[in-house]
Design a protein around this ligand. Structure first.
Ligand code: GDP
Length: 321
C-alpha cells in the first residue's frame, strides 16, 4: 500500500508558503542526506517555481559521504540552485547559509532591500535543530507577534538585512513514488499511524541490501547475505534480537521496529538509501504508472459519457428527419 500523509496542518502550511512566496528571494529546502531524492518535496517545487533554491543535505553525519557528494553535484548542476551538506555538529552554520543565499540573490541585501529567505523541509529532517542553532541567543518573532507573520511561520533575523521565515514540516498530498513513501516513513517524516512497520522495514532492508549489506551483517552478526531476500534478513534480525514467537517463529513486528529504530539513530553507520540513478528510475516508473492511471480514468469517463446505441433509450438525434 502506498503511503500517504497530508494532515490538515500541512494544508495550512501549503497556504502560508503560497502567500509568503511573492516576497521571498531564496528558498532553502532541507533534505535528508540519506534520502536526498525522496525527501525533496514536489509540492514545494511547484509552490516555489522560479525562485533561487538552496538545497541543504542535512544529517550528513548519517549519510554515505560519497553519495552525498554525487547528490550535491546533481543539485548544484540545476539552474538557479546551490547545494551544501550540513549536520547538527556544525555549531555555526549561518555563515555558509548566508553566503550561499547571497550568491543566489546578489541584488538583495542592505537595509533597503533585505534578503528574505524561506526555510522548509519534510518533518523530522532536522529543521528545528538547525533553526535553533541559527537563532542562537536571539529571540524569534513569536507567532502572531508581528503583523503579516502568520501563526504557521516564525521570522528569524539572521543579520540586519537577512530575514529567515521558518515553516512547519510539510509532505505532499500523494506520494506517487512508492519506495519514497517507505523511505520517508523510515526517516520519521510520516505520522505513526499512516504506515505499517513491517512494510517500511522491508523497503529499508531492500535498499540496505543493495547499497550497504555489510553494515547489516556487522550490526546483527549475520552470515553471508548474498541472495537473501529482505524478508529473510528481517526474520534473521528477529531471531538475533527479539524473543521468538510460540512455535519458534521470528517476531517480525519486533524485528521491524528494531530495524527502523537502528536506521533512525544511525546505528548502522553512515548510509544513503538511494542513488541518483535509482531515484531517477523510480520517478520514471511513477510517471508511467500515473499516465496509465490517467488513461484508464479517461477511458472510464468516455464510456460513461458515451451515448447509448439507438433503441436503448438513447437519443442523439442521429437518423432523424
Ligand atoms: P524537524 O522536525 O525537522 O524540526 O526535526 P528536529 O530538528 O526536531 O530533528 C529531528 C531529529 O533529528 C531529532 O532527534 C534531532 O536530534 C535529529 N537531528 C537533527 N539534525 C541532525 C543531524 O544533523 N544529525 C543527526 N544525526 N541527527 C540530527
Amino acid at each position: 500500500m502506498p503511503i500517504q500523509w497530508f494532515p490538515g496542518h500541512m494544508h495550512a502550511t501549503r497556504k502560508a508558503i503560497a502567500e509568503r512566496m511573492p516576497e521571498i528571494d531564496v528558498v532553502i529546502e532541507l533534505l535528508d542526506a540519506r534520502l536526498p531524492g525522496s525527501s525533496a518535496n514536489p509540492l514545494l517545487a511547484e509552490l516555489t517555481r522560479g525562485k533561487p533554491a538552496l538545497k541543504v543535505l542535512n544529517k550528513q553525519d548519517l549519510a554515505d559521504p560519497q553519495q552525498t557528494a554525487s547528490w550535491l553535484a546533481h543539485y548544484q548542476a540545476q539552474a538557479g540552485t546551490r547545494a551544501l551538506a550540513l549536520d547538527a555538529s556544525d555549531t555555526a552554520p549561518a555563515r555558509r547559509l548566508i553566503a550561499a543565499c547571497r550568491e543566489l540573490a546578489p541584488l538583495r541585501g542592505g537595509m533597503a532591500k533585505p534578503m528574505r529567505v524561506l526555510i522548509c523541509g519534510i518533518p523530522n529532517v532536522g529543521k528545528s535543530t538547525l533553526v535553533n542553532t541559527l537563532r542562537g541567543g536571539k529571540r524569534a518573532a513569536k507567532t502572531g507577534d508581528e503583523a503579516g507573520i502568520t501563526k504557521t511561520e516564525q521570522r528569524i533575523v539572521l543579520a540586519d538585512d537577512f530575514y529567515l521565515f521558518d515553516t512547519p514540516g510539510m509532505l505532499w498530498p500523494r506520494i506517487a513514488i512508492e519506495p519514497s513513501g517507505y523511505l520517508l516513513a523510515a526517516s520519521g517524516a510520516v505520522g505513526r499511524n499512516a504506515y505499517d512497520d513491517e512494510e517500511v522495514a522491508l523497503a529499508l532492508l531492500t535498499q540496505m541490501l543493495r547499497h550497504h549489506a555489510d553494515r547489516l551483517r556487522d550490526r546483527y552478526k549475520l552470515g553471508d547475505l548474498a541472495g537473501l531476500s529482505d524478508e529473510a534478513v528481517l526474520a534473521d534480525i528477529g531471531r538475533k534480537r527479539a524473543p521468538l514467537l510460540s512455535g519458534g517463529l521470528p517476531h517480525m513486528q519486533k524485528a521491524a521496529e528494531i530495524a527502523i529504530h537502528d536506521f533512525r539513530s544511525g546505528a548502522w553507520g553512515p548510509v544513503t538509501l538511494e542513488t541518483l540513478q535509482e531515484f531517477t528510475q523510480w520517478q520514471a516508473q511513477a510517471k508511467l504508472l500515473d499516465a496509465e492511471r490517467e488513461a484508464r480514468r479517461a477511458a472510464r469517463s468516455n464510456t460513461k459519457n458515451q451515448v447509448p446505441p439507438r433503441g436503448q433509450g438513447g437519443d442523439d438525434g442521429a437518423g432523424k428527419g
